[in-house]
Design a binder for this molecule. Structure first.
Ligand code: GLN
Length: 549
């Protein structure tokens, strides 16, 4: 029988519920428990796949092809496990299931209502992973903030489950904010008291209160929160700001979050947490020996959450290389042939980001040209790879106006074209080529060197692909397909043999990089950037220069 931990949020959004949930999960996992995390989002979209990144950040894709909330990325990166469609549920999906059942006649004769039908469906899904027998503990993060109209059915479902399951099988953790008022020089507990009161009015009483704070909580403040929120003082946990999210598990361990949760769940046998690999990673992250600057060429750069997994993958890869990766955001919409050198000349590597639609693509193509001509390490992901293919067509193969039919349906040279199976699809939700597909790597290529093997599997999210009619022409001119889908021949990886590091991938490697398993493509890209930077510095060093002369 699995145990269930529910994580709610109060006072404001963006307090980092996902990170707290993932950190608690990490600690429980390190103590030997089989843990998973799921997220229940109160919005009505069936999944976040149709959301613009400006709305809700990156859309994270799982192995089984679910388009999910970016918090699932944190869960995978922290726990080094795979999540699935079952780990992310929205109000939209709940209603869709209930309405479909109603149409099938499953509720015949009954009025279908929020309580019990919607709440029953929420509860069914909350228990699903726990019933699989694969987990000892399931953590469920409820999106949104307590008090929101839309999260009410979820809170009601938690209330009912707490009542239905044995007392020691559930725990509720409430994450809240303790603001610091500069003028009064005081931490304030009132917003927390109100949000706990609101949660209690909805019938759920938290067992643990985790307090986000800029200043340390004094014993007085802890006592006050415990007294007015009706929890034990040891159940008031301080979550102070830390320099990196990867320190949060250790900060939570110092506060005893995991042991207090285990106590509530009446679990008495557990081992000391084994966080050796985690700590090794943190040490390397905190004390880098060098630094590289990587340009992130994208059109959503105003919003860091839009490229969350890419940024985290660089953190993992930086630690492996013992160097700090400085990300320089370059807005692709504003890159022109005139300003490209000024914008990109200080960089040690260029990552051209994924994306949809025509906005900003010409800037991406200009950036690729710069990297190709200057020998600057280049890494293109999904749309970034497609832009590298277009750049090569236009500037090397002489196919003027070559394009993707996504941006220009009447291009004379459709080097990137809509996948055959996509041609009959018009609905947008969940219809891309999604999730894990195999890829076979060509021997002796850069991709082979990077992966160290010939059969890989990576995750996808796209509709367009390399047009194989042009493959011969490309390969004769030096851009080769070093990875292909073994069943369809779809080009998964392209590279330039004459360049120190130039690689583009149709898939999303950033979705599979974790703390304990950094992605080889990012690791090797950062390594190449480091070599590029070292060389640059050698040339700048007059002593070395004179030696060279
Ligand atoms: N828009 C491109 C396609 O659908 C690339 C998608 C992406 O970058 N994820 O093929």
């Amino acid at each position: 029988m699995a145990k269930y931990i529910f994580v709610t949020g109060g006072v404001t959004s963006s307090l980092g519920k996902g990170i707290i949930a993932a950190s608690l999960a990490k600690l429980l996992q390190a103590r030997g428990f089989r843990v998973t995390i799921q997220k229940f989002d109160p919005y009505i979209n069936v999944d976040p796949g149709t959301l613009n990144p400006y709305e809700h950040g990156e859309c994270y894709v799982t192995e089984d092809g679910a388009e999910t909330d970016l918090d699932l990325g944190h869960y995978e990166r922290f726990l080094n496990i795979y999540t699935s469609q079952a780990n992310n549920v929205t109000t939209g999906r709940i209603y869709q299931t209930v309405i479909n059942k109603e149409r099938e006649g499953a509720y015949l004769g009954k009025t279908v209502q929020v309580v019990p039908h919607i709440t029953d469906e929420i509860k069914r899904r909350m228990l699903l992973l726990g019933q699989s027998g694969q987990y000892d503990i399931v953590i469920t993060e409820i999106g949104g903030t307590v008090g929101d109209i839309e999260s009410l059915p979820f809170i009601e479902a938690v209330r009912q489950l707490q009542w239905e399951l044995p007392e020691e099988d559930t725990a509720v953790l409430h994450l809240t904010l303790i603001p610091y008022l500069k003028a009064a020089k005081e931490l304030k507990t009132k917003p927390t008291q109100h949000s706990v009161k609101m949660l209690s009015q909805e019938g759920v009483h938290p067992d643990i209160i985790v307090c986000r704070t800029e200043k340390p909580l004094t014993p007085d403040i802890r006592r006050k929160i415990a007294l007015f929120c009706n929890v034990k003082q040891e159940a008031v946990i301080e979550a102070a700001d830390v320099p990196t999210i990867y320190e949060v598990p250790l900060a939570m361990m110092r506060e005893g979050l995991d042991t207090i949760v285990l106590k509530k769940l009446n679990i008495t046998h557990y081992k000391e947490p084994d966080l050796t690999r985690w700590k090794e990673f943190l040490d390397k992250l905190k004390y880098p020996k060098g630094k590289v600057s990587i340009g992130l060429i994208g059109k959503y750069i105003e919003l860091q959450d839009a490229y969350k997994s890419i940024l985290e993958s660089f953190i993992h890869a930086g630690a492996v290389n013992e160097c700090k990766v400085d990300i320089v955001n370059v807005h692709s919409e504003f890159i022109t042939p005139e300003n490209v050198t000024e914008k990109l000349s200080g960089l040690d590597g260029l990552l051209v980001a994924p994306g949809f639609g025509h906005r900003g693509v010409e800037g991406k193509i200009i950036a690729v040209k710069y990297a190709r001509e200057k020998g600057l390490p280049f890494f293109g992901i999904c749309l970034g790879m497609q832009m590298a293919v277009i750049e090569f067509a236009r500037n090397v193969l002489g196919l003027t106006d070559a394009h993707s039919t996504e941006m220009n349906p009447s291009t004379p040279y459709p080097v990137i074209d809509l996948m055959e199976e996509q041609k009959k699809i018009s609905a947008k939700g969940g219809t891309m080529r999604l999730g894990a597909y195999p890829c076979e790597i060509r021997e002796g290529t850069l991709a082979h060197k990077i992966y160290g093997c010939l059969h890989i599997s990576e995750r996808h999210r796209h509709r367009w692909e390399f047009n194989n009619q042009y493959l011969d022409l490309y390969e004769k001119s030096g851009m080769i397909a070093s990875g292909k889908n073994p069943d369809t021949g779809l080009v998964e990886i392209i590279e330039l043999s004459s360049h120190p590091f130039f690689i583009g991938v149709q898939y999303h490697p950033e979705l599979k990089s974790t703390v304990e398993n950094p992605h080889p493509l990012f690791v090797h890209f950062v390594k190449a950037a480091k070599e590029f930077s070292d060389k640059k510095n050698d040339v700048k060093n007059p002593l070395l220069q004179s030696e060279m002369i």
